[in-house]
Design a protein around this ligand. Structure first.
Ligand SMILES: Nc1ncnc2c1ncn2[C@@H]1O[C@H](COP(=O)(O)OP(=O)(O)OP(=O)(O)O)[C@@H](O)[C@H]1O
Ligand SMILES: [Mg+2]
Length: 328
């Protein structure tokens, strides 16, 4: 397991922002800055996705975590490889520990969320709705008598419409999404089928390693040949919740929160200092950033089953070098 001191050594080398000049890329490549990833569109239909070290929660960028970009990018690439036989994806190659070269697609404007457990604390979460008496969530009828963090009878799809920059996503049923006309029935149903197949495979692999895949979010796009494929990232701690299976049952019996390794750590710290998602963001102290990264690395190791060996080169210099082959 990577030592906290090794992570701390990477603190001065976090990658916050990129641009054409710092990456040495042609100025003509359109840049889309997401909350976590900087996306450059090549003229030939490829998309360069640089996973920075930014961390987002509450739909806001909260700062950076050392090594986070390479942990996420490598973990996601690993999952794409593990799931390519059940769902075609956008990966072309992994030119750098924190960059992915992908097929540029037309993204479907819905996030496909799959949930196997009833949990969450935010106003839009399934547990919040259930605990206030709702028994239908995104078109799914939920049985009475569930308690927080219980397993659902089967994994359910709870899609949400993708909000524009800065907005909050809104959950909806299949019927509501189709009625809104943002996506065709054929595309939606294909994406739903792939989402369930990905989730089954993900849950199976996590289970073998002693983890529960609790819930996750997928994005899909239509590639130039018209096929619906998985884009973005798959089964990372940013897009998914994982609980430790070994202690789940006993903790659940005592109504204690499951052991998890996900963004909850940073969310909990922010909540502990009174932050609720609005107003100025408290600066994350270095010890919190290091511990958060340690959890990302632990997630990588627990899932992949191999030690996470960080690349400690200065990220911009390394990216420039590794990406130089993409342009003349
Ligand atoms: N292969 C692909 N083709 C087209 N778009 C993609 C592809 N893979 C990912 N994307 C999009 O690129 C962006 C990735 O960046 P990131 O995840 O940081 O953004 P985000 O902040 O989640 O997104 P947004 O600001 O759009 O809500 C997302 O908008 C995602 O939908
Ligand atoms: Mg995203």
């Amino acid at each position: 397991m990577i030592a906290a001191s090794e992570i701390a050594a990477a603190l001065p080398k976090t990658l916050d922002t990129t641009d054409h000049a710092t990456l040495g890329l042609p100025r003509g490549w359109p840049l889309y800055e997401g909350k976590v990833r900087d996306n450059y569109s090549l003229p030939d239909g490829r998309r360069l996705i640089v996973t920075t070290d930014r961390i987002s929660a509450f739909d806001r960028v909260l700062g950076t975590l050392p090594l986070k970009g390479q942990i996420l990018n490598r973990l996601s690439a690993w999952w794409f490889e593990q799931t390519r036989d059940v769902a075609p994806n956008h990966v072309i190659s992994v030119p750098d520990p924190q960059a992915l070269l992908a097929k540029e697609c037309k993204p479907l404007p819905v996030e496909m969320v799959v949930r196997a457990y009833i949990t969450g604390v935010t106003s839009t979460s399934i547990w919040t709705a259930y605990s206030t008496g709702e028994r239908v969530f995104c078109g799914h009828r939920l049985p009475d008598g569930l308690k927080k963090n219980d397993r659902l009878p089967e994994p359910i799809l709870t899609p949400s419409t993708k909000a524009e920059h800065g907005g909050h996503d809104q959950s909806a049923s299949r019927a509501e999404i189709l009625a809104s006309g943002v996506v065709s029935e054929a595309h939606f149903d294909r994406a739903a089928e792939l989402a369930h197949a990905l989730f089954r495979r993900g849950a199976e692999i996590c289970e073998k390693r002693g983890w529960i895949l609790v819930d996750t979010k997928y994005e899909f796009g239509v590639d130039p040949s018209g096929e619906v494929i998985v884009i973005d990232e798959v089964h990372t701690p940013d897009s998914s919740r994982f609980w430790f299976a070994g202690t789940y049952a006993e903790r659940q019996a005592r109504s204690e929160e499951p052991e998890s390794f996900d963004k909850e750590y940073v969310r909990r710290w922010l909540t502990s200092v009174g932050f609720k998602g609005d107003g100025p963001i408290p600066a994350l102290p270095d010890d919190v950033r290091v511990e958060a990264s340690r959890r990302y690395a632990a997630a990588y190791e627990a899932i992949v089953g191999e030690a996470f060996v960080p690349d400690l080169d200065a990220p911009l210099v390394r990216l420039q070098r590794n990406l130089s082959a993409l342009h003349g």
